[in-house]
Design a protein around this ligand. Structure first.
Ligand code: NAD
Ligand code: IPM
Ligand code: MN
Length: 348
């Protein structure tokens, strides 16, 4: 491979600010590798919608599908922006990409780096990864509303869980555990959500039989939030559904020193479409356009991208540059988004 054909979707709010730093670091990390990066930028998000009435057209989606990988910033309007229907960009851009490109594994690593203050009094060692299902659960848009606006309104959101979808994600979690500390924790709520919960539980038990070296346990999601705060060291690989995974990974970001450090990859496991890499955080309208955002999550997402396309060495160099940058943050004072990007690029 001599060229990386990269789709770039900076998006809204702080998306473009953090994506610029991720690209800066990605280019620097690949210098001398012989891999040339060809970027195609797509202007998707609030402005594009206001100008064209389009979220993500099928033509643009087909174009993106032909690239090798996608670097994504964030989409989402500011709360109270009456011109943009709530959630339309999130569903019709971000979720459409994840669903159409079969991003079944939403991979969200969580590490507490040395020198990073955690809000926990005794955080211990935190190093786990959440394998969040990415294309099913309550995210599929199934459900509906009857008698809207009346006292008799009925609203349903149906969670879709298929044996195929659950199994591939669970197997991926066990496979990842073998490269880590050999432990998988299923998080669900099978005491109440019996149909989906038991499918997940049975699937974990069946797949576990193929991985005798990997131990597995189970937590209800409410208890999992307790242990993420009181004993996060117990986790190695957490496997869970789309919605629980969304909630747990913001919490995981918070306990490891902030959402500005949390990276993610939306992985297409069978190589039928490009995978997509993005920070866990959103467009952060409250700090957008002020160079206040921490670009580290976007930069670490670029490292996950490089790992995914077989550039493990460049990825590891980014990760260690980030590690040494965050270690010295207490002395670095307040820096702009671009200054943090520059500092990490310089350490490569
Ligand atoms: P958010 O993650 O954008 O922001 C939550 C809080 O974290 C805010 O106070 C914000 O300032 C802070 N924050 C986020 N990223 C930061 C960074 N890199 N550095 C420093 N501080 C950071 O979540 P929200 O406020 O719930 O959502 C804002 C918009 O983004 C909404 O429209 C939402 O739907 C959308 N959203 C998009 C994505 C995505 O595109 N992947 C993800 C989450 C939310
Ligand atoms: C995330 C976001 C998205 C999600 C939203 C914006 C659709 O919160 O990437 O975590 O819920 O997956
Ligand atoms: Mn989220």
């Amino acid at each position: 491979q001599t060229q990386l054909d990269l789709a770039v979707i900076p998006g809204d709010g702080i998306g473009p600010e953090v994506t610029a730093e991720a690209l800066k670091v990605l280019h620097r990390a690949l210098e001398g590798s012989g891999l040339e990066v060809k970027e195609t930028h797509y202007s998707l998000g609030a402005q594009h919608w206001l100008e064209t009435g389009e979220t993500l057209s099928d033509g643009t989606l087909a174009d993106i599908r032909g690239r090798d990988a996608i670097l994504f910033g964030a989409v989402g309007a500011a709360p109270g922006d009456a011109r943009i229907p709530s959630g339309i960009l999130e569903r019709e851009v971000l979720l459409k990409l994840r669903f159409s490109l079969d991003h079944c594994v939403n991979l969200r690593p969580s590490t507490l780096y040395a020198g990073v203050p955690s809000p926990l009094a005794a955080p211990g060692t935190i190093d786990f990864v959440v394998v969040r299902e990415g294309t099913e659960g309550p995210y599929t848009g199934n459900g509906g509303a009857l008698r809207v606006g009346t006292p008799h309104e009925i609203a349903t959101e149906v969670s879709v869980n298929t044996a195929y979808g659950v199994e591939r994600v669970v197997r991926d979690a066990f496979r990842r555990a073998t490269t880590r500390r050999n432990k998988v924790t299923l998080v669900h709520k099978h005491n109440v959500l019996v149909h989906a919960g038991h499918l997940w539980k049975r699937t974990v038990e069946a797949v576990a039989a193929e991985f005798p070296g990997v131990e597995h346990d189970y937590l209800h999601v409410d208890a999992a939030t307790i242990f993420l705060v009181t004993d996060p060291s117990r986790f190695d690989v957490i496997v869970t559904d789309n919605l629980f995974g969304d909630i747990l990974t913001d919490l995981a970001g918070a306990v490891t020193g902030g959402i500005g450090l949390a990276a993610s990859g939306n992985i297409n496991l069978d190589g039928t479409a490009p995978s997509m890499f993005e920070p866990v955080h959103g467009s952060a309208p409250d700090i957008a356009g002020q160079q206040k955002a921490d670009p580290t999550a976007a930069i670490l997402s670029a490292a996950l991208l490089l790992e995914n396309i077989g550039q493990a060495e460049a990825a590891a160099r980014i990760q260690s540059a980030v590690r040494s940058d965050v270690e010295s943050r207490a002395q670095a004072g307040t820096r702009t988004t671009a200054q943090i990007g520059d500092a990490i690029a310089t350490r490569l």
